[in-house]
Ligand binder design. Structure first.
Ligand code: GLA
Length: 438
């Protein structure tokens, strides 16, 4: 490409209208088919689990009826393999009729009727990753209009089978096309993954203007190894990634796999805690029809959710990697509060970790800490007081920390259950005010 072509390209990109529809001031929450249900299109042998309107209706029912929606889990997101192998006579994308006989518009109404939102998947390229029709540059406007006409609320725009130049043109164009539909549609961009995830190849300021969230790194699989690899990459590159994130623009380390087959209970708590610290989208990919009570409680932990949804929207960081293979993560929160996660990367037995808040860069003063997964409160914590935590192998201890002087505001100092309730209420108040709920 010559210098003139590059200049023209840049001009085109700067003409792109920023995607400023006020969506996703806090990270999105919901459910997505991919990690758990992949490209299962065998509805004759596997009618309950194949990618079909039944699966999405089932998940919408669960989100609406099992207490998820009230916590903020609102998007039901279709991933790859929903399409017919061919576009229709007008060139429009269409769902595979045998699996989506009612069409996407009808499914959207079903989902909206339950107070939820619908997400869909498309691919900037000749084909989706699983070989279904892609969205080439000439089809971007048409596809954006089609999605809006169906009542879609969220687009995951992948990028298999395209080159970097097409991506550079296509992602801003889709942003503009979504804006032009007049329908507020959350826009999730997979662009960074396809160009290595890091600057200078990835321009995170541009992404923040055109997308609400973006996948930075490889797909999560149903294993602790995969999860650790993702956390490691995000932490190793936090100086580049952390500042890119904020209200309306989120890094996406991929789906929550809690409730599937690959994580122990401790590892499931670790994912919830680390995703909360990273201000990551809380998009589950599991079978909400068959979920263990412990996993459900982890995913529905109100304080972990409230930390994730903190209105300041500052992504947290890994603070420390100890020789003992204990790692400490920290996230600043509104009202002078903060969250700490102590993660054990050990594989032997619960580890006794000794530290103090001062060692973790806290200012002098008195604090209290609410243990997010046990529900107990540590009081009278001076920044310099040493404390000891027992951290399970591949598990976490997660603390919500606040200055003691704010305890009356934050906590009702009567008996324990009321206090916990009040804390949760306080945190959720921020979440609700952001979501515009009463
Ligand atoms: C890519 C994405 C995944 C999923 C698949 C679908 O691998 O990163 O999240 O959407 O494509 O084919």
């Amino acid at each position: 490409m010559g210098p003139i072509a590059v200049t023209q390209l840049l001009a085109l990109i700067s003409l792109t209208v920023a995607l400023d529809n006020g969506l996703l001031k806090t990270p999105p929450m919901g459910w997505m088919a991919w990690e758990r249900f992949r490209c299962d299109i065998d509805c004759s042998d596997d009618p309950e689990n194949c990618i079909s309107e039944t699966l999405f209706r089932d998940m919408a029912d669960r989100l609406a009826e099992d207490g998820w929606k009230e916590l903020g889990y609102e998007y039901v997101i279709i991933d790859d393999c929903w399409m017919s192998r061919l576009r229709d006579e007008q060139g429009k994308l269409q769902p595979e009729p045998s699996r989506f006989p009612g069409g996407i518009g009808k499914l959207a109404r079903y989902i909206h009727d339950r107070g939820l939102k619908l997400g869909i998947y498309a691919d900037m390229g000749t084909h989706t990753c699983m070989g279904f029709p892609g969205t080439t540059l000439d089809k971007i406007e048409l596809d954006a209009q089609t999605f809006a006409s169906w009542g879609v609320d969220y687009l995951k725009f992948d990028s298999c089978y395209s080159n970097p130049l097409e991506q550079m043109l296509g992602y801003p164009l889709m942003s503009k096309a979504l804006n032009a539909t007049g329908r507020p549609i959350a826009y999730s961009c997979s662009w960074p993954v396809y160009v290595g995830g890091l600057p200078p190849a990835v321009n995170y300021s541009l992404l923040g203007e055109i997308c609400h969230l973006w996948r930075n790194y490889y797909d999560i699989q149903d294993s602790w190894d995969s999860l650790q690899g993702i956390v490691e990459w995000f932490s190793n590159n936090q100086d580049d990634l952390q500042p890119a994130s904020g209200p309306g623009r989120w890094n996406d380390p991929d789906m929550l796999i809690i409730g599937n087959f690959g994580l122990s209970v401790d590892q499931a708590r670790s994912q919830m805690a680390l995703w909360a610290i990273m201000a990551a989208p809380l998009i589950m990919s599991n079978d909400l029809r068959n979920l263990g009570n412990i996993e459900r409680a982890i995913l529905q932990n109100k304080v972990a959710i409230a930390i994730n949804q903190d209105p300041l929207g500052i992504q947290g960081r890994r603070l420390l990697q100890e020789k003992s293979r204990i790692e400490v993560y920290w996230r600043p929160l509104s009202h002078s509060a903060s969250a700490l996660v102590f993660l054990s990367r050990r594989t032997d037995m619960p580890y006794l970790y000794h530290t103090s808040l001062a060692k973790l860069n806290y200012d002098a003063g008195n604090y209290e800490a609410y243990d997010v997964f046990t529900g107990s409160t540590v009081r009278g914590l001076n920044a310099t007081s040493e404390f000891t935590l027992s951290i399970n192998p591949s598990g976490v201890v997660m603390w919500y920390v606040y200055p003691e002087k704010d305890a009356v505001m934050i906590l009702n100092l009567s008996e324990q259950p009321a206090r916990v309730k009040k804390l949760t209420k306080t945190l959720l108040f921020h979440q609700q005010s952001i979501r515009g709920q009463p």
